[in-house]
Structure formats: C-alpha cells, structure tokens
Design a protein around this ligand. Structure first.
Ligand code: FMN
Length: 248
C-alpha cells in the first residue's frame, strides 16, 4: 500500500464518485471534525489538547507549517527509494509511528489496530508504556515487523527494569526513553472535563500485568482496581531522573 494516495485518486476518477466522507475523509480537518462528532469531550480533548494554555502546541503547529519541501526538478522519480539505515537495520522509509498511549479511549481496538497498520506498512511502531493493551499483546499482532518500546522511567526502579526486560523478551528492537514527562502536565481542558483516562483503568495495561508492579499491591488489580490506580498515580513519572540513571 505504499501508493495509497494514488490508489484513492484513481478510484475517485475511475468511478467519478466523490470520496465517501464517512469512509475516507480527504483532508486532515475533516478527519478531526469526524472524530469530534463521535468522541465525548474527555477523550477528544485528551488527544486534541495540550499542556498549559496550549501556547507550545500552537507554536509547534505554526513552526511545522513553515517547513517546505525543496523541489528538485528533472530527477527520475519513477522508482523512488526512501529507505534508510538506522542502528544497523534498514527501513523502507524514514518514518516511525510515535508512541501514543491510551488508544482505547478513541477506539475499542486500542493499540492493536495501529500496530497492525504499522506492521503492514513496515513502519516501526513505538509501543507506549502507557498503552491499554500490553506490550506482549502488541508484539504478538505485529509478528516480525519492526517495533520499538517507549519507556516512561518509573519512580520504582524495579518496575522500570521489569518493563525493559519484558520489552526485550517480547522482541522489541530498541528502547525509546521519554524525558519530557517527569510528572503529569497541567492540562486545562482535561481539568475542566475532569478527565484522566488512567483513573478509569485505561492506559495501564503494562502496569497492571507487570509482576513487580503487582507485587507492590495488597490485592491484585482485578480484585481492587482502585488500589492499583492509586499506586500507579504515586509512581508514574520521575522528577528526580538525571543522566546518571540513564547511564547506570
Ligand atoms: C494522545 C497522545 C498520547 C501520547 N502518548 C504518549 C506516550 O504514551 N508516550 C510518549 O512518549 N509520548 C506520547 N505522546 C507524545 C507523542 O508521541 C509526540 O511526541 C507528541 O505528540 C509530539 O508530536 P506532535 O507535535 O506531532 O504531536 C502522546 C501524544 C498524544 C497526543
């Protein structure tokens, strides 16, 4: 499916039918509007909103729109090769799927659908620490396709070590350490919507199945989800993380 755009165009002009806005909206704005139509305020703004007054998000969008593709004319583009070498492996294109946790709040299939899509396109999928499906479930649906694991460094070092061991055992090729989340962000939309998916058991799949995390609880999460969620909130993030931890 590498020429998906061309494929859609051919279908439109061959059938002379407008693209069905329910099946395949054309523009990004239409996709967003469609999501707005099907999602409640909580999940929608958890994805669409940003931290603080969203100034950084707006600046990022503005900066990104200033990137331009440099046109290089009179090159033969019939057979394009976008492949790259990275960490001793070659990939078809210089694209990765960024880690996006708690996908179950926007689709019942959670992370499995996007992981399968990545596998089909051979684009490395970065499975989030905060996924609702476990890293093992995600790895299983992806087979041999390239996959990396995103690590949120936990306050409990044994949980952090356990996540790394599990990722290795499940066949992840690399660990991506997220450094910009030492603690939960101040998110105005989520505060107004009183929405934090983890409190309702979303995005905690890796934690609730982790043997070390479970060993810290008095009763298993299946019996006492409130205790498990409370323990999660106390140990998520790590404001004390420094270079020394990463090098140790
Ligand atoms: C809904 C949502 C969930 C995310 N979940 C994670 C996550 O679990 N782990 C992580 O490292 N980054 C997470 N991110 C951050 C993204 O991977 C990405 O770095 C960030 O959105 C910046 O890229 P952008 O400017 O294209 O949005 C999340 C972002 C969004 C919008």
């Amino acid at each position: 499916m590498s020429n998906f755009g061309n494929h859609v165009q051919f279908e439109v002009y061959q059938t002379m039918k407008q693209p069905d806005p329910d099946r395949l909206p054309v523009s990004y704005e239409e996709w967003e509007a469609k999501a707005r139509g099907v999602l409640d305020d909580g999940p929608f703004y958890y994805v669409a909103g940003g931290a603080g007054g969203e100034e950084t998000m707006k600046d990022n969008l503005h900066s990104f729109s200033r990137y331009k593709i440099v046109p290089r004319m009179l090159n033969n583009v019939e057979d394009r090769d976008l492949s790259i070498e990275l960490f001793g492996k070659s990939y078809d294109s210089p694209l990765l799927q960024a880690p996006i946790g708690v996908q179950s709040i926007i689709h019942e299939g959670g992370e499995l659908a996007s992981a399968k899509a990545s596998a089909a396109l051979n684009i490395p999928y970065i499975a989030s620490s905060a996924s609702t499906k476990t890293m093992e479930e995600i790895a299983e649906v992806m087979g041999e396709a390239p996959k990396w694991f995103q690590l949120y460094w936990n306050k409990d070092p044994e949980v952090t070590a356990s996540f790394v061991r599990r990722a290795e055992a499940a066949g992840y090729d690399a660990i991506v350490v997220t450094l910009d989340t030492p603690m939960m962000a101040w998110r105005e939309k989520d505060l107004k919507n009183v929405y934090l998916p983890f409190l309702i058991g979303e995005g905690v799949g890796n934690y609730f199945t982790d043997p070390v995390f479970r060993s810290r609880l008095e009763s298993p999460p299946e019996e006492n989800p409130t205790e498990a969620v409370m323990h999660w909130t106390k140990t998520f993030g790590n404001p004390g993380l420094t270079w020394e931890h990463l090098l140790s």
